[in-house]
Ligand binder design. Sequence first.
Ligand code: SF4
Ligand code: FES
Length: 256
Amino acid sequence: MSEKKDMDLTLKIWRQKDAQDKGQMVNYPVKSISPDSSFLEMLDVLNEDLVNKGDEPVAFDHDCREGICGMCSLYINGEAHGPDRKVTTCQLHMRKFKDGDTITIEPWRANAFPVLKDLVVDRSSFDRIQQAGGFISVNTSGNTQDANAIPISKIDADNAMDAATCIGCGACVATCKNASAMLFVSAKVAQFSLLPQGKVERKERVLNMVHQMDLEGFGNCTNTGACEVECPKGISLENIAIMNTEYLKASISKKA
Ligand code: SF4
Ligand code: FES
């Protein structure tokens, strides 16, 4: 339990009826918020209050509330997932704020993530990038080789596992001044390219995923590194270097 007392806060929240609406910031007071509650629980309190008054609740995305699904996606006081490091919005606690604070809450802002309603954005562009190559084809005939029988170096296994922790939340895009998706795409490419199971389709994978990323309208990477700082899973910029190498090799072998 936190030593802090319950807090009264002012929320400045982006309200937008639908994808066509211009949208605007609206102020809401919330009272007696426990510092032990999560950020999303605080929004639940606000929404209950709005519903009780007959007002439209604030739409926001969430699912697991455990930092796993990547659904929660709020820009809080100008930072993707708020002021804490390496946590998602659902893992952010109100003890990070103080009584009397004004908290600004906005959706991700990127052309490739159009706002659907209030704080909810359409991240299906990420799904289409995944569909372009974020998978491996396996033999499911019944005589599949046991994965544990394939030797993999500890370094590669660890790096692949680290890359695989990307939850597809999109904070990297929302944080990047160019709205680049390079950190996300590189995590998906690196996770497979480091493992023997991913090597079979490695060339098509990187070419197709990067092509789809460009089609979706994400910006270019200019190496500012903001994505790595705000990523709730600590995905490393080294994955971008791996992806660039993979892309170069695949492009050369395609031309040869
Ligand atoms: S790289 Fe990090 S910030 Fe980007 S989608 Fe994956 S988990 Fe989210
Ligand atoms: S709700 Fe699933 S990661 Fe936040």
